[in-house]
Design a protein around this ligand. Structure first.
Ligand SMILES: [Zn+2]
Length: 391
């Protein structure tokens, strides 16, 4: 039995509790949430800082961990992808070692669960061994007309492999600029997803919006340079052109949304339903586009915002706390309580892990993080904020 107390507890299911105590059994299962007054001091494990549930990293690509420090910053999305395509297979021999180190780094950074994109099976062994709970999105893309079945079958082979490793997995479309209408159809008619949840890279660059509006865009060059057929869906924005392809009432995590508007978020919700969640990966946005989303309207979806690190192709570390710090440094109106909810409970709700993870409530085994270096007066993260995993 452990009785852990700190200056504040942020349970993510209730308002912050000053001098709260988390009572838990030896297996990390929470028994109760109390306050210090109910105990003798000698029974308590004291910490300075705040306690919160283990983090859920809603968007990562573990298999790209070998690209750490390899891709240039601030080249824009089409520049990034062009460089990425050249470099992603450069060090395949060491790839598994980088994957293991990245998994261990996330564990140390207080991450207990991850929504992870895979295009191959190279990360599956590590994911099946890890103490992190993974949902694997098998990502499918391809632009050549008439080849949708071929692209889908290749993803289905990776999916079958994931099932052999007993991973939770679903086949998902990659992005607006890489999936044809017929490939959307193949992906959305697949019935064996376990569980059915989709992820989609959305509005990561303004070029996607210009492209949808029929304006000239860096996507003109992009397709020409790669010598690939272009795919173009017309609409007021990329979200408006693409969201109608998703099945009604499905669970969809739109990732990045750097150039989304309030109207785009509303449109996706109206079109698809309450299973639509929005994930931000701020440090990857700074790495690639050197720009952050406008969080002022994100706050209107308090229960459907998640946070991801993206991969080592576009980040210098895989730390949810660093993502939270980046958000708050750039937008002081986002509160610590909101950030904690985005990085814990909402991810658990999206992936269907809410029975065990995401909040400090009796019966759950969410892990406990201690965050230090929090401004005591304003309850804000600072440059000195650090996370330590206590459970
Ligand atoms: Zn990504």
């Amino acid at each position: 039995m452990r009785r852990i107390t700190a200056d504040w507890i942020y349970p993510a299911s209730a308002p912050p509790l000053r001098h709260g105590v988390v009572v838990m059994d030896d297996h990390g299962q929470i028994i109760d949430l109390k306050t210090r007054a109910e105990f003798d001091a000698a029974e308590l494990e004291f910490h300075h800082g705040i306690l919160c549930p283990g983090f859920i990293n809603a968007h990562c690509h573990l298999e790209l961990s070998h690209l750490k420090g390899k891709i240039n910053e601030h080249t824009g999305l089409t520049g990034f992808i062009s460089e990425f395509i050249q470099k992603r297979n450069e060090f395949p021999d060491q790839a598994e070692q980088f994957i293991r180190l990245a998994d261990e780094e996330m564990i140390a950074a207080g991450i207990v669960a991850v929504g992870d994109i895979s295009n191959t099976d190279i990360s599956f062994l590590q994911k099946s061994r890890s103490s992190i709970r993974y949902h694997t999105f098998i990502e499918c893309f391809g632009l050549i007309a008439g080849k949708a079945n071929e692209y889908f079958t290749a993803s289905k082979d990776v999916f079958d492999e994931a099932m052999l490793y007993r991973l939770m997995a679903s086949i998902t479309p990659h992005a607006p600029y890489s999936v044809t209408d017929e490939l959307f159809e193949a992906i959305f008619s697949f019935r064996q997803n376990a569980p059915a949840a989709f992820s989609y890279h959305n509005q990561e660059s303004d070029e996607e919006n210009k492209w949808s509006r029929g304006e000239s865009s860096r996507f003109d060059d992009f397709y020409a340079k790669l010598n690939l057929p272009a795919i173009r869906r017309y609409g007021e924005s990329s979200m408006k052109a693409n969201a109608p392809f998703f099945p009604k009432n499905s669970r969809v995590l739109f990732v990045h949304n750097t150039y989304s508007s309030a109207a785009d978020f509303q449109f996706a919700t109206d079109e698809i339903g309450q299973g639509v969640f929005f994930c931000t990966c701020p440090r990857a946005n700074l790495y690639i586009e050197n720009r952050l989303p406008d969080y002022s309207f994100w706050k209107k979806y308090p229960d459907r915002i998640c946070i991801g690190t993206d991969s080592y192709a576009s980040n210098h570390q895989l730390s949810i706390l660093e993502e939270m710090k980046t958000i708050q440094t750039n937008d002081r109106s986002v509160t610590l309580e909101e950030l904690i909810r985005w990085s814990t409970r909402n991810g658990a709700d999206f992936f269907g892990w809410q029975n065990a993870l995401g909040t400090l409530e009796p019966g759950k085994t969410p892990g406990i993080n201690l965050i230090t270096g929090v401004d005591p007066e304003f309850q804000q993260l600072t440059a000195a904020s650090r996370v330590k995993r206590l459970v």
